[in-house]
Design a protein around this ligand. Structure first.
Ligand code: AMP
Ligand code: ZN
Ligand code: FE
Ligand code: FE
Length: 277
């Protein structure tokens, strides 16, 4: 069982890296990619813990969210040289922008009659990367909404009344940054993004794969993206986007089923990425 998309407390996941790895091992996951938003800070602990659970392999990754006209595009990066100083500097800048956005969203929520203190958000975030799921949690705590899902559906979704876009980062730039770090860039959950018209441009920027297998994709979407990967010579990946039971999306770890061959194919793409960077 392969799961190439998951989050820890380093960003908006509910489980600490060590606990996520244990949970993955318990569920029989063989390959787990950790793809926190704009941070690789959970990886050291996760890799250390994974060493205690052979044959579980942890794949280092990241997820970079970009706002585009009328929606958002998330770029996953795998097996990159994440320790490079320039890359860590990029991540730090992204996280600083995430923190600044918390203040802007708080101001918007106040205008909507739902004031929150940024402090409440940062208490949840701790050292990690702040995101809308933390804000949603504060809205739940304050009784403005009953669930994080309701907070997103009513207020925080792209284009929603309390949604404030991030500083502009084109998805093609995110792809190029992953390639510069000699990693494999993959378009995350394109069925949620609804921006398929951008895929050719992303491929020109160096995109190497599409996350086809995803819990919220219909069977028809999965089939269409798998076909697209065949046509374009891209890697068809998949993952749960596990965040834990409370924060953000609630897909179960290790679902949907992704064959081990996908991991072999990812390693082949990673060799290609390193050879050409
Ligand atoms: P951000 O990092 O601020 O862009 O927030 C992105 C995260 O919010 C995603 O990784 C999901 O965990 C969560 N999210 C986005 N849209 C929704 C939604 N409609 N329902 C629940 N969670 C969502
Ligand atoms: Zn998330
Ligand atoms: Fe995402
Ligand atoms: Fe994600």
């Amino acid at each position: 069982m392969v799961d190439l998309h998951s989050h820890t407390t380093a960003s908006d996941g509910a489980l600490a890296p060590r606990d996520l790895v244990r949970e993955a091992a318990r569920r029989g996951v063989r390959v787990l990619a950790i793809t926190d938003h704009d941070t690789t800070d959970g990886l050291a602990e996760a890799l250390d813990e994974a060493a205690r659970y052979p044959p579980l392999t942890v794949v280092p990754g990241i997820e970079i969210n970009c706002d585009v006209e009328g929606g958002e595009i998330h770029i996953l990066g795998y097996l990159l040289d994440y320790a490079a100083e320039w890359f860590q500097e990029f991540c730090r800048a992204q996280r600083a922008e995430r923190a600044a956005r918390v203040y802007r969203i708080a101001a918007r929520l106040a205008e909507l009659g739902m004031p929150i203190e940024p402090r409440e958000v940062f208490d949840l975030v701790k050292e990690g990367a702040a995101g809308r799921p933390h804000i949603a949690q504060v809205m739940v705590n304050r009784g403005y909404v009953k669930s994080a899902r309701e907070a997103f559906d009513k207020y925080l979704h792209a284009g929603g009344p309390a949604h404030v876009p991030r500083k502009k980062l084109e998805p093609g730039e995110a792809v190029a940054i992953v390639r510069k770090a000699r990693g494999v860039p993959v378009l995350a959950h394109p069925g949620l993004a609804g921006k398929d018209e951008l895929i050719p441009g992303l491929v020109r920027a160096g995109l190497m794969g599409i996350e086809c297998y995803y819990a919220e994709h219909t069977a028809a979407q999965t089939a269409a993206y798998v076909q697209m990967c065949k046509d374009l010579g891209l890697l068809a990946t998949g993952g749960s986007d596990f965040h834990g039971p409370h924060l953000g999306r609630t897909n179960a770890l290790g679902s949907p089923h992704v064959p081990l061959a996908v991991y072999e194919a990812l390693l082949a793409k990673a060799r290609e990425a390193r050879a050409s960077a």
